[in-house]
Design a binder for this molecule. Structure first.
Ligand code: SF4
Length: 410
C-alpha cells in the first residue's frame, strides 16, 4: 500500500510571531486569504522561519506561543467506550462535566479571532460531528487561524456527517481524517457499546476512501490496542483495510487521561518510575513481536514524515512498555506550541493534567497567555517525566526538531 502522507509540522506562516509574549501575536481579521492550492503551498513555505524559530526556542527550554490547536469542541458522545467511559476515573456522561455548557459558534468565532495562526487545527471530542456547527467551525478556523492542515478525529458513528465534513469544509486545506476503531466487527461494537459501530466505520471508509485525492483528504484508521485480542485484531484489520488505501496505525491504550476525568485539576502524568501504564496486561514477548510487525508494516507502506512520525511513536512506546525507558523523550510543547481548548473554553495544561490555566469564554486569550498561572503550569510541563500519547507526542516531536534528529539517529 503506497500512502500519501502529510504532517502538520513543515513550515509556518509568513507572520513570524514571537509568541512568548502575547503582545507579539497578530490576530487576524476575517478576510479570507488565498484559497488556492498555491495559497496553501505559500502558507506552508512562509511558516518555515517561525517553525525553525520555535525549534530553537524549545531546545533552549524557552517559552513559545501556540502554533497548533487541539479543540475539543464537545464532550458529548453517542457511544459509550469501554476504555474511557467505563473507567472509574471518568464521568459516565462526559457532557455532564461540571464546567459549563459548550461554547457557542459566536463565542468560538471570538476566540479564534484572538489566536495566532495555527499550523494545524484538530477537532476532536466527544464526537465533534454531534455539534450542529461542525462544518462552520472548520470555516472559522480557516478564516481566522489559517491552518496548513485541518484534522478531525471521529468515531464515524454518523457517516453522512463525516462525508459532509470532507466535502464541505474549506476544500483547499488538506484534511487529515482519523477514524477511531478498536478492532473488527464485534470487538469494536462491544468496545463502543453499539452494535452498528463497526458497520458505520466501514460505511464511512467505503464512501470516502476512493475520493481521498478529490477531497484532498488523508484517511487514517487509528486502532487503540487495549489487550492481547487487540493485537490479533491489528492483523485482521490490516488485511481488511488494504483495498481501501487508507493508513492503519496503532496507539496503545493508557489507563487514565485527565481530559476525561470528572475532577478538574487532576494530573495523571507519568513518573520516572512508571512511564506508561497500559489498560490491559501483555506479555513482553507478544509485545515485542507485535511492535516488530507494526514496524515492518510502517517501513513497507509509509514514506517521508508520515513514516518518521509512526516510527517515532512506535520506538517510544516500545521503550516505555518493554524497558520503562523514556526514549525518545522530547521537550513537551504543551501550553506552548500546542494549545488545547476544552468545549467550555477552558485551557487545560495537557492531556494528562486538567489543571486549567484560564477560560476563553470569560477571559481574553492575551490575559490567559500572559498570566502567572499559565507560566506556572508551563514550568510544570517542563519538569514532566514525559508521557506517550500520540496527540501530545506529535507536536512535541515536531516543534522541538526531535522527530528529525531521531530519524537521523535511527
Ligand atoms: S509530557 Fe507533556 S503532555 Fe505529557 S503529561 Fe507531561 S506535560 Fe502533559
Amino acid at each position: 500500500m503506497s500512502v500519501k502522507h502529510s504532517l502538520p509540522i513543515i513550515g509556518n506562516s509568513l507572520e513570524a510571531n514571537d509568541p512568548a509574549e502575547f503582545d507579539s501575536i497578530t490576530p487576524h481579521d476575517s478576510a479570507i486569504r488565498s484559497q488556492s492550492r498555491s495559497g496553501i503551498t505559500l502558507r506552508t513555505l512562509g511558516r518555515a522561519p517561525r517553525f525553525l524559530w520555535a525549534i530553537g526556542r524549545h531546545r533552549l527550554k524557552g517559552d513559545v506561543g501556540p502554533h497548533s490547536l487541539t479543540h475539543t469542541t464537545t464532550f458529548k458522545c453517542n457511544y459509550h467506550c469501554k476504555e474511557i467511559c467505563d473507567s472509574p476515573l471518568v464521568h459516565r456522561a462526559m457532557q455532564k462535566k461540571p464546567n459549563g455548557h459548550d461554547l457557542t459558534t459566536e463565542e468560538i468565532r471570538d476566540i479564534y479571532r484572538q489566536l495566532p495562526s495555527m499550523d494545524y487545527v484538530r477537532f476532536t471530542g466527544g464526537e465533534p460531528t454531534l455539534r450542529k456547527d461542525f462544518i462552520e467551525l472548520s470555516h472559522l478556523a480557516e478564516t481566522h487561524l489559517r491552518p496548513i492542515i485541518i484534522h478531525m478525529t471521529t468515531n464515524a458513528s454518523l457517516p453522512e456527517r463525516v462525508i459532509q465534513f470532507a466535502e464541505e469544509r474549506p476544500r483547499h486545506v488538506p484534511l487529515d481524517l482519523m477514524i477511531s476503531i478498536d478492532g473488527i466487527d464485534e470487538k469494536h461494537c462491544q468496545s463502543r457499546h453499539n452494535r452498528f459501530a463497526f458497520e458505520r466505520c466501514m460505511e464511512t471508509l467505503k464512501a470516502l476512501s476512493g475520493r481521498q485525492k478529490e477531497l484532498k483528504t488523508n484517511i487514517r484508521v487509528n486502532q487503540t490496542v487495549a489487550d492481547s485480542q487487540g493485537i490479533e485484531h491489528y492483523r485482521k484489520l490490516h488485511q481488511m483495510l488494504k483495498p481501501f488505501q487508507v493508513r492503519h496505525q496503532i496507539v496503545m491504550a493508557y489507563n487514565a487521561s485527565a481530559t476525561y476525568a470528572v475532577e478538574r485539576d487532576k494530573s495523571y502524568a507519568p513518573s520516572r518510575e512508571e512511564l506508561f501504564t497500559p489498560v490491559g496486561k501483555f506479555e513482553n514477548t507478544e509485545l515485542d513481536a507485535f511492535f516488530n510487525e507494526v514496524k515492518a508494516d510502517i517501513r513497507s507502506e509509509l514514506s517521508g514524515p508520515e513514516r518518521w512520525i509512526q516510527q517515532y511513536y512506535l520506538d517510544g512506546i516500545r521503550e516505555r512498555m518493554l524497558r520503562n525507558e523514556p526514549s525518545p523523550n522530547p521537550t513537551c510543547v504543551a501550553l506552548s506550541s500546542h494549545l488545547r481548548i476544552f468545549p467550555n473554553g477552558d485551557i487545560p495544561t495537557c492531556q494528562f493534567n486538567s489543571h486549567v490555566v484560564g477560560n476563553l469564554r470569560l477571559q481574553s486569550f492575551r490575559d490567559v497567555w500572559n498570566s502567572d498561572l499559565r507560566k506556572t503550569q508551563f514550568e510544570w510541563v517542563k519538569g514532566c517525566a514525559g508521557c506517550w500519547a500520540g496527540c501530545e507526542v506529535q507536536p512535541s516531536a515536531a516543534y522541538t526538531g526531535d522527530l528529525l534528529l531521531h530519524q537521523l539517529r535511527s
